[in-house]
Write a protein that binds this ligand. Structure first.
Ligand SMILES: Cc1ncc(C[n+]2csc(CCOP(=O)(O)OP(=O)(O)O)c2C)c(N)n1
Length: 659
């Protein structure tokens, strides 16, 4: 499909020949309005036509850039007009905008001084895929995880009041992000304060996939906001058309506190939270947005502006498949086709997906749970095959875990599939609701370790550290896809809390077992036994590079290195650790997790307590005590000394250096 036709019909047209831009001057063929935006306040000075043109230009930049870098295209395309209207209405130097999640803030980045480096989006050293206070003074709050914007913005509003200032504070939150309890905690407090505060609800009826839950049904029920808008317009036209009294009737209808809007639109919910509800507004009509935002700004109290947008707006492939284009990899901008990888191996997520379906076929007790990420965690096939035993709770990790605990009390075997970084939200639920009661809930922790381009908010660095000290929890990290499948069989056979952590991306290509058997818990596996005095103890996805390096070293220098796949972070493979420490003088411990409190810490604690350390030299490679920024996983691993090459060098150094 040519790029021009990939743009959806409704997208704003570029100025045709002779189309007036401002004062009759013909447009320059290559004129870029975006290039002329040095400061976001300039947006307020643009004419309606220029704003339309700028919206089209921004969309072109988003599509072409993200086709090279990957990123959150569909969410960002959906809020181009909203972003322009906000910048045109509010004062970017004074007023504060807090984006929820921040994955939709690309247009905002382009308009707030980052257009010239937008091509570096999500690359190492380049600009972040999310708002980041360190990156720009216009990014008022760092985000990446959802549903924080109301609370953060409310904090800013309180600080403003304490300082006796009067600027506006805005939270821009999606309907998906509004499924999390945290958002309601903020709304609840905001409504009670009755201070100047604006929440913009970006309602596209989507989370990553279709939004879920009663609130979502409420907003998109037959009497949907879109329907209400149409009816409202028709009633307004009818009323104003009545000769003589039409205008007055219209005014009465507008002012009526109990107008049908409040009863028949989502307004009733927000009004109950003591917000003034304004909406629903067409989120792709800049003029209507500007008028509405100006109205909201004039109200000196909490206001919720309900904006209807289309995810992927203006790019036909993204409008047709907003789930794929929510967070997309590299793709062909003309056809919208994602680039295919040539590798014959499957991802850990896919190995999980297949194994959990196979297990569920045989065991009816299995129920799977996701917090709004069915595609990401590999549960779409399960959802199709076992719809009654699949639950998407919305962006509610805390609820997902306690809900699973409740299921487990009744003999169900819940598998909660969740990204490592989002499980951070549910720490107390894991401790208090699952482990304390020793309930057989399995946590399938995807994207553990380096995730790459999504950066610091998304790296799965901390799960080992925040899980391994919790009593009753068994903690396993597979070295490949096959071990992941065996780990799932082990979890099902185990009658207690169990966590598997596995990384983003492809596995090393291990042949998958036909019928994965349970593994003995707490038993590691020696993959190489060497005589050089050097042993590597690795866990998870750092096992394969260690085995590879050991093979290379043997081939090149004839020195044989022991490699132990520890498999278990808890309970540790104590017997194998004793063997390693008894027969090696140099030990290298590898993990793709925070070193502080992670696997290697556990090994050192055990060995120290058991008196095994003696004069042995122990080195550890893992994630440092720092937030890991964005970049490709390969670039980041290299920079962190965790790639195959760095691991081999470290092993060679340990072999070479005199002890
Ligand atoms: C705590 C948390 N869980 C999961 C995610 C993953 N995630 C990113 S965006 C998103 C959907 C957000 O939906 P919505 O707020 O409606 O924004 P839209 O993408 O539709 O614009 C999800 C689930 C997250 N960022 N944070």
């Amino acid at each position: 499909m040519p790029l021009a036709s990939a743009f959806a019909q409704e997208s704003a047209p570029l100025p045709g020949p002779g189309l007036d831009i401002q004062n009759g001057a013909p447009p320059q063929p290559d004129a870029s309005i975006l290039a002329g935006i040095i400061h976001p306040s300039q947006v307020a000075g643009l004419s309606s036509l220029e704003l339309e043109q700028l919206a089209a230009e921004i969309r072109r930049v988003l599509i072409s850039t993200i086709s090279h870098t990957g990123g959150h295209l569909a969410p960002s395309l959906g809020v181009v007009e909203l972003t322009l209207a906000m910048l045109a209405t509010f004062n970017p130097e004074r007023d504060k905008v807090v984006w929820d999640v921040g994955h939709q803030a690309y247009a905002y980045k382009l308009l707030t001084g980052r257009a010239h480096k937008f091509h570096t989006l999500r690359q190492a050293g380049g600009i972040s895929g999310f708002p980041n206070r360190a990156e720009s003074r216009f990014d008022h709050f760092g985000v990446g995880h959802s549903s924080t914007s109301v609370s953060a913005a409310l904090g800013m509003a309180k600080a403003r009041d304490l300082a006796g200032e009067d600027h506006h504070v805005l939270s821009v939150i999606g309907d998906g992000s509004l499924t999390a309890g945290l958002a309601y905690e903020g709304l609840n407090q905001a409504g009670a304060t009755a201070r100047r505060f604006i929440v913009i609800l970006n309602d596209n009826e989507m989370s990553i996939s279709k939004n879920v839950g009663a609130l979502s049904l409420f907003m998109s029920r037959n009497l949907s906001a879109r329907w209400v808008r149409r009816i409202k317009r028709e009633v307004e036209t009818f009323l104003t058309g009545i000769p003589g009294i039409g205008g007055d009737l219209m005014e009465i209808a507008r002012r009526s506190k109990h107008s049908f809007k409040n009863f028949f639109t989502p307004g009733i919910l927000f009004e109950a939270l003591r917000f003034n509800y304004i909406g629903a507004v067409d989120g792709h009509n800049i003029e209507e947005l500007r008028e509405t935002l100006a109205l909201a700004a004039a109200l000196d109290r909490p206001v919720l502006v309900h904006v209807l947008t289309r995810k992927g707006k203006g790019y036909a492939p993204a409008e047709a498949n907003p789930v794929l284009f929510h967070g997309v990899g590299i793709f062909d901008p003309e056809s919208g086709e994602p680039a295919r990888s040539a590798s014959g191996t499957i991802s850990y997520t896919e190995a999980f997906s297949r194994a959990i379906c196979a297990l569920a076929e045989q065991d009816e007790r299995i129920v799977t749970i996701t917090a709004a990420m069915p595609e990401g965690v590999g549960l779409t096939e399960f959802a199709e095959r076992f719809p009654n035993r699949f639950v998407d709770v919305g962006i509610c990790e805390q609820h997902a875990v306690t809900f699973a605990a409740g299921l487990a009390t009744q003999g169900i075997r819940p598998f909660v599939a969740v990204y490592s970084t989002f499980l951070q939200r549910a720490y107390d639920q894991i401790v208090h609701d699952v482990c304390l009661q020793n309930l057989p809930v399995t946590f399938c922790i995807d994207r553990a370790g380096i995730v790459g381009e999504d950066g610091a908010t998304h790296q799965g660095a901390f799960d080992l550290a925040f899980l391994r000290h919790i009593p009753n929890l068994v903690l396993f990290a597979p070295r490949d896809e096959a071990e992941l499948q065996r780990g799932l069989a082990t979890a099902l056979a185990h009658n207690g809390p169990f966590a598997l952590r596995y990384p983003r991306g492809l596995g090393p290509g291990a042949p998958l077992p036909d019928a994965p058997q349970a593994l003995p818990i707490g038993k590691g596996e020696f993959l190489c036994k060497g005589k050089s005095g050097l042993a590597v103890i690795a866990v998870g996805n750092r096992v394969a590079p260690a085995v590879h390096a050991a093979g290379q070293i043997l081939e090149q220098s004839g020195k044989s290195v022991t490699v132990l796949d520890a498999r278990w972070i808890k309970p540790l493979p104590e017997e194998e650790l004793r063997t390693v420490f008894a027969s090696h003088h140099s030990i290298l411990i590898l993990e793709e997790a925070a070193l502080a409190g992670g696997f290697s810490s556990a090994v050192l604690e055990f060995c120290s307590d058991a008196g095994l350390l003696g004069t042995r030299r122990v080195r550890r490679l893992g994630l440092p005590d720092a937030f890991i920024e964005h970049g490709t996983a390969a670039v980041l691993r290299k920079a962190l000394g965790l790639d195959r090459e760095s691991i081999r060098k470290e092993m060679e150094n340990m072999l070479d250096s005199a002890f």
